[in-house]
Design a protein around this ligand. Structure first.
Ligand SMILES: [Zn+2]
Length: 113
């Protein structure tokens, strides 16, 4: 159900933006999806097909840009991508880390006709 509400958000943003510029249809939606967001591309595509029927975004293709997880160590400030579930700093082995990317989930841009 996670993807359903996300897809509804994506669609309403795309339709709203297209209306703002008085476009006749949305041809492409570029999405930024972080690996930590838990969003599955195929689920978004599935819901998008259902929800976009009878809207000006019905023919739009979806483009997904996946953003990898990046963490920063609070002790030594090293920036790293975690291996699997090991989120300890590879430099000093501290586990006090902050997430600096990977939680993104947004519409980057849309293309219209
Ligand atoms: Zn560290």
């Amino acid at each position: 159900m996670h993807e359903l509400s996300i897809t509804q958000g994506i669609l309403s943003i795309a339709v709203e933006k297209a209306n703002e510029v008085q476009a006749s249809k949305v041809t492409k939606i570029n999405l930024i999806i972080g690996e930590l967001s838990g969003v599955v591309n195929e689920c978004v595509e599935f819901y998008f097909d259902l929800l976009s029927k009878d809207t000006i975004a019905a023919q739009a293709s979806l483009s997904f840009e996946r953003i990898p997880i990046q963490l920063r160590c609070r002790s030594c400030a090293a920036v790293f991508s975690p291996d699997n579930l090991d989120w300890a700093c590879p430099i000093c082995r501290e586990q006090k880390i902050e997430i600096i990317s990977g939680r993104e989930c947004r519409v980057e841009s849309i293309e219209v006709d």
